[in-house]
Each structure stands twice: as structure tokens, then as C-alpha cells.
Design a protein around this ligand. Structure first.
Ligand code: TXE
Length: 491
């Protein structure tokens, strides 16, 4: 079992490895602001070592692709390993949840859900590994043409701190199922659960080098990974600015990238909606993980005729919300870091200076350590759509409410930010459901629900500033493969 009071090493070739620099970084418990562990500060030299390990696993010693131990592992066997990994995660669900909860400040129940989702990703991709087919293409007389879906080779994965296990599951599950060897750079604020998950991967049967983890700072280890010429694909989840830097670094060696860059996702509430059903979902969509969710429903757009009623009902619920230490398992825990807390506070003071209506606020419980990174949830009412709090991703428990007059106005507001990740639509009108599902600029639209319970099977990703490429579901397997066309002339 992982001892969280220890110093944690890198994970390369299925072994714990000290970083080249010998340096470490502190791990802070967001619930009380105290340092409780140290992680290795990986650098470009460590990334290079990890990429070489992955290349050996994939290519072997020669120049022929897929001749290494992992490259030669057939699809059914890759599926079996992922299946065993799912079982090991499931068996350690409670331990993983406790590690994650302390490391990120997530309430325990939410951390447990993340560990279960991780197991479910591995299970899903275990089943998909040997079902990724190419095609045959009708062509001219005398030819047979077929397509092969081949792994890229070595893939890089830069993971953020908000849902380490879930994002690892969706990214690594698909990449390994497709046959790639992988190098992961977890976020400096949330590495511990993934170090344990990597050990479980080795136990499940991943050969040395198939999965490697280099912890460290984004500008050092992350930047080195994105720019490493031995990487054949990068998937990144994080902020738009860092996403641009990652894509630029990858472009130096013509490496494809998948970018998931968050959002400012709207939920549209029409007067004909089942408002009682919508209310708890609207609240959960912004309070879950203290609002640090890429797909958080951070804007609620309400039809004018029911605006006052819906805002009043939301305000009642917000006033009852409680934030406190992760282990207390309340509505929300602290934010992940002092930096994140500062970011949210800056948005809120801008709202205050701008005279916005603080329609309701929850509370931080008595006895929560003063050094913890707490933020009470806030409902802002009547927010002008152009205001920065209605345009930018705050990544905290702040819900921004605005009113709309009619359907066209609702769509204009919903589509009126540079982001396009997710949208929620609450209406009983069937024609409107379909019309708006098409008109909303987003990678996912949920009608009379939000998030569909997680949806491991459902392709996910955005447009515009939310990024490009799709993860999750079967679709992700296409992103982690390159298509080869073979044309045979046989007369
Ligand atoms: O993100 P970064 P930060 C958004 C959210 C949040 C804001 C800032 O709005 O408030 O971003 O968070 C690695 N090359 N999201 O600063 O910098 C870093 O180590 C390569 C949305 O934490 O994007 C970490 O592993 N990698 C989001 C990851 O990138 C680099 C999740 C994310 O960090 C790097 C997180 C570099 N130059 C934040 N610099 C979502 N979409 O869910 C950093 N990293």
C-alpha cells in the first residue's frame, strides 16, 4: 500500500525510480494547508528516460514498429490485462478514494465515485480492445483495398488535478487498449492516486515500459513530454493557455494532439420545464468537486416568466450548502490549492466591485482549519452576459444566472462564450429539444438531465476554446490509432 507520508518516486519500466535531479516537491493537504508527502520533481532527463522505456516496450530494439513486448501483445491479451486492472482498482477502491480525497480535497464520496469510474473505464476499454476493426473498401476491378487501425506508438498524457483517476482512466484505458505504450505526466497538485494505480497496472500484467509516470512541474516535465520527438500523440486536459503551449511544443515534431480545455457550460431552463426535477441537478452540476469540473454547469439561463421563481428556489438550496474538510464528506470540500482559491476570490471580488447581485451563499462549516483552501458556494443573479464572470471559466463553486426572453435569445446567450463543451436543456417540448440540441454549440448536449451519470461510453470533447478531439466511448480509440490504407493489385 502507498504510504502517503513517504517520498514518492517516478514510475518507469514498472519500477520506482529516483528523479535525475534528486529533487522533490511538497504535497499539500487542501483541507488544512499542511505538507504531508513529497513527490519527485521529474525533469526533461526523466521524461527522456520514460519515453525510451516506452519505445522499448513498443518497438523493441529494432526500427520495425510494434516489435517490442507490448507492441507484439495481441488485442485480446491487452483486453485481459485491462480487465484484471479494473478488478484490482475495484478491490482497492476505498484506499484509492482516501488517497485522492486527502491529496485533492475531494469529499470522500466523490473520490469513491472517481475510483469506481476508473475501474469502469478499464472494463469498457478491456471489452473494446479486440473489436477495433479496419474496413475493406470497394475499388477498381483487380484491387482489394483494406484499412488497418494501428497504434500511434508512444503516447503522452498530461493529466490535470481535478479528476486524476477519471481522466487517467479515459485517456490511458483507450490508449493502452489500442496498443500504445504510454508516458503520463500527472498534475503536481494530484499525483498520489495515480502512482498507486500504475503499480496496480504492473500487477495486472502490463510489461515494463508500457506505462510510465513522471511526476513534476508542468513547465518542466509537462513541457518536455509534449515536445519530446519520441512521442507520437499527446492528449492534454487543462487550461486553454497551457493547451496552446502543449500544441505548439507537439507541433515542433508534427505530433497530433487531443485537447480538452474546459468550458463555461450553460443550462437552459424553459418555463415549461419540470423545475423540481431540474433544481437538484442544476446545483450539483456546479457544486460537485467544488466547481472544479471541466463540464461544470456554471451558467444557468432562465426564461423570463419563471426567472424570479427559479432563482429564489436555487437561492434556498445554495444557502443550505456546506463546505468543509474532505473527510467530513459534505456538499463540497476545499479547492485544490491556494492558487485556485486566489483565482476564485479574484473573480468574486470583480463581481462585488461590479455591483452584481450575490443572490445566495452557502457556508464553510465551523471548525474547518483556517489554513484550508475553502470557498463557500455563491449564486450570482441577473448577471450581464458580457461580464467576465459569465464569460470565463472560474473553476470554483460559483453559479452565474441570467434571464432570456425567448428561444432565439436563449441560444444566443448559450452560444455567446468562446467555449463549447457541454450544454444542458430543460424543457418538455419535444420539438424544441431536438431543435436546440442541434443549435447549441457544444460537444455534448443533455436534455432533461446533466451529465447522464458520467457516461464512460459517451464521446466527450469540445469546440472552440474548449479544445478539439474526442475522448471517452469507442470514439476515443480512433484518436489513439493511425489509419493505414493497403491497396493490393491482384488483377
Ligand atoms: O492548469 P494547467 P492549472 C483550468 C481551470 C483552472 C485553470 C488553471 O480554469 O482554473 O485551468 O489551472 C500541466 N506544458 N483547468 O494552472 O496549467 C500541469 O502540470 C505541458 C481546466 O492547473 O493547464 C497539469 O498537469 N504541461 C481543466 C496540467 O498541465 C503543462 C483542468 C494542467 O495544468 C504545462 C485543470 C506546460 N507548459 C485546469 N504547464 C479541465 N479542462 O478540466 C502546465 N502543465
Amino acid at each position: 500500500m502507498l504510504q502517503t507520508t513517504e517520498r514518492h518516486a517516478l514510475f518507469i519500466d514498472n519500477e520506482s525510480v529516483a528523479p535525475a535531479s534528486g529533487e522533490s516537491l511538497p504535497v499539500i493537504d487542501p483541507s488544512d494547508g499542511r505538507v504531508f508527502a513529497q513527490i519527485a520533481r521529474g525533469s526533461a532527463a526523466d521524461v527522456d528516460r520514460a519515453v525510451r522505456a516506452a519505445r522499448r516496450a513498443f518497438d523493441g530494439s529494432g526500427t520495425e514498429p510494434a516489435a517490442g513486448p507490448w507492441g507484439r501483445t495481441d488485442a485480446a491479451q491487452r483486453g485481459r490485462i485491462l480487465r484484471r486492472w479494473a478488478d484490482l482498482v475495484e478491490a482497492e477502491c476505498e484506499t484509492l478514494a482516501r488517497i485522492e480525497s486527502r491529496d485533492t480535497g475531494k469529499p470522500l464520496a466523490q473520490a469513491r465515485a472517481d475510483a469506481q469510474a476508473l475501474a469502469r473505464y478499464f472494463e469498457f476499454y478491456a471489452g473494446a480492445a479486440d473489436k477495433l476493426h479496419g474496413q475493406t473498401i470497394p475499388y477498381r476491378h483487380g484491387y482489394t483495398v483494406l484499412t488497418l487501425r494501428e497504434p500511434h506508438g508512444v503516447t503522452g498524457h498530461i493529466i490535470p488535478w481535478n479528476y486524476p483517476m477519471q481522466i487517467f482512466g479515459r485517456s490511458l484505458g483507450a490508449a493502452l487498449a489500442a496498443g500504445n505504450a504510454c508516458v503520463v505526466k500527472p498534475a503536481e497538485d494530484a499525483c498520489l492516486s495515480l502512482l498507486r494505480v500504475a503499480q496496480l497496472g504492473a500487477q495486472a500484467g502490463l510489461p515494463p515500459g508500457a506505462l510510465n509516470l513522471v511526476t513534476g512541474l508542468g513547465g518542466e516535465a509537462g513541457q518536455a513530454l509534449a515536445g519530446h520527438p519520441g512521442i507520437d500523440h499527446v492528449s492534454f486536459t487543462g487550461s486553454p493557455d497551457t493547451g496552446r503551449r502543449v500544441a505548439q511544443a507537439a507541433a515542433t515534431h508534427h505530433c497530433p494532439v487531443t485537447l480538452e480545455l474546459g468550458g463555461k457550460s450553460p443550462q437552459l431552463v424553459f418555463a415549461d420545464a419540470d423545475i423540481e426535477a431540474a433544481l437538484p441537478v442544476l446545483v450539483r452540476a456546479i457544486v460537485q468537486n467544488a466547481g472544479q469540473t471541466c463540464s461544470a454547469g456554471s451558467r444557468v439561463l432562465i426564461e423570463a416568466s419563471v426567472y424570479d421563481r427559479v432563482l429564489g428556489l436555487l437561492a434556498e438550496r445554495f444557502a443550505a450548502l456546506r463546505a468543509g474538510p474532505a473527510h467530513a464528506d459534505l456538499d463540497l470540500g476545499p479547492l485544490v490549492s491556494g492558487r485556485q482559491q486566489q483565482r476564485v476570490r479574484e473573480f468574486l471580488s470583480e463581481a462585488q466591485v461590479g455591483g452584481l447581485d450575490f443572490a445566495a451563499q452557502g457556508a464553510v462549516v465551523d471548525g474547518a482549519p483556517a489554513e484550508g483552501f475553502y470557498q463557500a458556494p455563491v449564486l450570482l443573479g441577473g448577471v450581464p452576459p458580457a461580464h467576465r464572470v459569465a464569460q470565463e471559466e472560474i473553476f470554483g463553486p460559483v453559479l452565474v444566472a441570467s434571464r432570456f426572453e425567448d428561444e432565439a435569445h436563449a441560444v444566443a446567450l448559450a452560444n455567446g462564450t468562446p467555449y463549447g463543451l457541454v450544454a444542458g436543456l430543460w424543457t418538455r417540448d419535444g420539438a424544441r429539444q431536438l431543435r436546440l440540441a442541434r443549435r447549441l454549440r457544444a460537444g455534448q448536449v443533455f436534455v432533461n438531465n446533466y451529465g447522464a451519470g458520467g457516461g464512460v461510453e459517451l464521446p466527450f470533447g469540445g469546440v472552440g476554446r474548449s479544445g478539439y478531439g474526442r475522448e471517452k466511448g469507442f470514439e476515443a480509440l480512433y484518436a489513439f490509432t493511425a489509419l493505414k490504407t493497403v491497396a493490393l493489385h491482384h488483377g
